[in-house]
Design a binder for this molecule. Structure first.
Ligand SMILES: Cc1cc2nc3c(=O)[nH]c(=O)nc-3n(C[C@H](O)[C@H](O)[C@H](O)COP(=O)(O)O)c2cc1C
Length: 154
């Protein structure tokens, strides 16, 4: 066993395959999206999920201000969107979306879309952790999820 450092930590985590999600918000009719793989399930009853964002993120304030989040689980066909929404302050561009009841943009062609309410936000280490309550969801059973492993898309 080696003593842990940032490089070893990143390498170890890169061996853990994850899905890829884009977290979307509507801040005064400005739409934001951010690619994450920190998305995970927390609780069944109540239905809670989490994701975490780097404290350094340029749009962190927009996310901490938001009461609602869209969580879009990407399909294999949406690799370009994952790359696009991992750029610094990406403009929404021509990404196709529909609006939830509470006006959160949800990305078309995703494997699943969730409409969530912010339940609790807390700071830990160099990230802010968002715990969200799921209000609504939908699945597209015909699509296969995008997978991220070894810093690559599968
Ligand atoms: C596959 C993948 C997963 C990512 N997961 C996260 C994540 O869970 N949390 C996070 O803060 N950034 C994550 N990022 C980085 C963000 O998408 C984005 O690049 C970063 O926040 C920098 O942009 P910003 O300063 O505008 O936020 C991920 C990027 C990729 C490509």
């Amino acid at each position: 066993m080696k003593k842990i450092n940032s490089s070893l930590f990143k390498s170890v985590m890169s061996k853990f395959p994850t899905g890829v999600a884009i977290i979307t918000i509507n801040n005064n009719n400005n739409y934001f999206g951010k690619t994450v793989n920190s998305f995970a399930s927390v609780s069944l009853n109540p239905p809670l999920v989490l994701f975490s964002l780097e404290k350094q993120s340029s749009s962190l304030k927009d996310y901490t201000k938001s009461s609602f989040f869209g969580i879009n689980i990407l399909s294999r066909k949406q690799k370009k969107l994952s790359i696009f929404f991992s750029k610094l302050k990406p403009k929404w561009g021509d990404t196709k979306f529909f609006l939830s009841k509470n006006n959160i943009p949800l990305i078309e062609g995703s494997v699943a879309n969730l409409n969530c309410k912010n339940n609790k936000t807390f700071s830990h280490g160099d990230h802010i952790i968002f715990i969200c309550k799921i209000l609504e969801g939908q699945i597209n059973t015909k699509l296969r999820p995008l997978v991220y492993l070894n810093s690559n898309y599968l």
